[in-house]
Design a protein around this ligand. Structure first.
Ligand SMILES: Cc1cc2nc3c(=O)[nH]c(=O)nc-3n(C[C@H](O)[C@H](O)[C@H](O)COP(=O)(O)O)c2cc1C
Length: 243
């Protein structure tokens, strides 16, 4: 593995591989609580994920309150994995790009915001992500993109509310994986769950209307028969094409 300063560190590669290899979907947890310091560290690791234009379109709802966890169990269709001492709702946020553009400029990590950066977040990004009421801007952009795209390469998405949802989910899924690996590195197991009823989830957790709960992450120490089956993956040649 090559680091940012150009050195090769085989042990980093081996350590990373072992961490990824060690993560399994765990379906049974002990009641042992996850310390708040661990949760905070893992969330900080999660948001180190890359995101489209660095707009960080994600948010997280951390649930440790026993009463709320009890209510989440039926929401997760009564799954064993949902009997965990900690559940984190991972939310994709197609609705936060506008405030994120402003926040990037406010938080720019230098005294001066470079003019190109300022232009990007005040002009280009809003053009790219503002789909207008009922998506009318997106529709217009689709037409313009089609015409311009006849002559040169153009970025064709996102230009609808649906594509904005996909846009946010892409980056958020990367943060979710970081989150799972971070817990793994602290010695805690996880189970990502998409088996839940979103309508009922919104009754237990007051989520912003446009937020997309992409998964509920159960976290804790593995209990009995925590892993259901040996690891199964298709041969990598089956899913890779080389040119
Ligand atoms: C998006 C997503 C949703 C999942 N939903 C559930 C779920 O609702 N319940 C569950 O027990 N496992 C769930 N899983 C876990 C997968 O079943 C598991 O990752 C897969 O079988 C591979 O096993 P491994 O993670 O142990 O390698 C989900 C995984 C992902 C990525």
């Amino acid at each position: 593995m090559t680091t940012a300063d150009g050195t090769t560190t085989d042990s980093t590669a081996a350590g990373f591989r072992a961490l990824v290899d060690g993560r399994r979907a765990v379906r049974c947890f002990t009641g042992q609580q996850v310390p708040e310091a661990v949760i905070r560290d893992c969330l900080e690791t999660a948001v180190l994920a890359p995101s489209s234009c660095n707009l960080q379109p994600w948010s997280f709802v951390v649930v440790t309150d026993p009463q709320r966890l009890e209510r989440l169990h039926p929401v997760c269709l009564g799954q064993r994995a949902a009997r965990a001492p900690l559940i984190i709702a991972v939310l994709a946020r197609p609705d936060t790009w506008k405030s994120a553009c402003q926040e990037i400029l406010q938080r720019w990590p230098a005294t001066e915001v470079p003019p190109a950066v300022e232009r990007f977040y005040t002009t280009s990004a809003p053009r790219q992500y503002n789909q207008g009421q009922l998506g009318w801007r997106g529709l217009l952009k689709r037409g313009l993109t089609y015409v311009t795209g006849l002559r040169k390469a153009v970025m064709r998405t996102p230009n609808s509310q649906g594509q904005m949802r996909l846009w946010a989910v892409k980056s958020t899924a990367l943060a979710a994986q970081n989150l799972m690996l971070a817990f793994q590195s602290h010695g805690y197991a996880t189970c990502p769950m998409e088996g839940f009823d979103e309508k009922r989830l919104r009754k237990v957790l007051p989520l912003p209307r446009q937020a997309i709960p992409i998964m509920l992450l159960a976290v804790g120490q593995p209990g009995e028969r925590a892993i259901h089956a040996p690891r199964l993956r298709f041969p990598v040649e089956q899913c890779v094409t080389w040119y």
